[in-house]
Design a protein. Structure first.
Length: 280
């Protein structure tokens, strides 16, 4: 292996250091602001605080019903992720392994949904949910179920497209060997293909969870006080007279813990799944 020139190593170190500073500065500001008294984060910014306190981390649970928002986000994001992954596995396997009439149209339709901005679907979904509620009595608008269905419209097409590329990279010889051993198509999928495709499935699951966890626009329209999620609930720290910036920063750090922890635990599978899906 040729020796890396000194100028290249120095340049790389400088660029990576600047990138790290650029990335971590907002996080450090959030952390320091969450530990400051309110008077230090209102008005003119103070780099040297008058003191540090953990009080904001205690007050965030009482100023607004953060626990309820947290539970709503957890239920909605987890349900949307599970539904998206399960449906995408079966749909992607059918597209990857079988040739049927309308296969190409289905694939093009799935990809075409990613071409449009999400805000275009806001009004149609709202009208659909309201009309369904008026006609059948099933309350989708303002419910967790309605929000889960809404997030499926975004995460499911991308999940199917990504898993199709991953399943295409799995040799068909595995399917044929399983069929020779007496496995049916369903058992072949669950016992042979799915274990091999774990990195791609994990990548899809992480994408679906992050999409649902941090979404603001649809959650602000499709929810009410009882079903409000974290992304929208953080706005409640702003009153008519004041904004509790230290509590906003503390709550932002708290709600980011599940996503960061999950990403760190699944990073190995995530990188492998995204790489394989991108190649295909």
């Amino acid at each position: 292996m040729p020796k890396i020139p000194t100028w290249f190593r120095v340049t790389r170190w400088i660029v990576l250091s600047l990138l790290m500073v650029f990335t971590l500065t907002p996080v450090l500001v959030m952390l320091s602001s969450s530990l400051k008294p309110l008077q230090d984060v209102q008005g003119q910014w103070r780099w040297i605080p008058s003191g540090f306190t953990l009080r904001p981390y205690l007050d965030i649970w009482h100023t607004v019903p953060l626990a309820r928002y947290f539970l709503n986000s957890l239920i909605v994001a987890t349900s949307a992720t599970v539904c998206s992954v399960v449906i995408a596995i079966f749909a992607a396997y059918a597209v990857s392994r079988y040739r049927f009439r309308g296969r190409r149209l289905f694939t093009v339709t799935v990809l075409s949904t990613q071409m449009f901005p999400g805000i275009l679907f806001l009004l149609p979904l709202f009208l659909i949910f309201v009309n369904i509620g008026n006609a059948t009595g099933i309350a989708l608008y303002g419910s967790r179920a309605g929000l889960i269905i809404t997030y499926l419209t975004f995460s499911l097409p991308f999940s199917i497209w990504m898993l199709v590329g991953y399943f295409d990279g799995i040799p068909r010889d595995l399917d044929e060997a399983a069929l020779v051993d007496g496995c049916g198509p369903l058992r072949t999928l669950l016992r042979i293909v799915v274990p091999v495709a774990i990195p791609g499935i994990v990548a899809v699951g992480v994408y679906a969870f992050m999409t649902a966890w941090g979404e603001v626009l649809f959650a602000s329209v499709m929810t009410n006080d009882d079903t409000r999620t974290l992304a929208v609930g953080l706005q409640s720290y702003a009153s008519q007279n004041d904004v509790y910036w230290n509590q906003v920063m503390a709550a932002s750090l708290v709600v980011s813990v599940p996503v960061v922890a999950g990403f760190l635990l699944l990073q190995r599978y995530l990188v492998a799944g995204l790489t394989a899906g991108a190649v295909k």
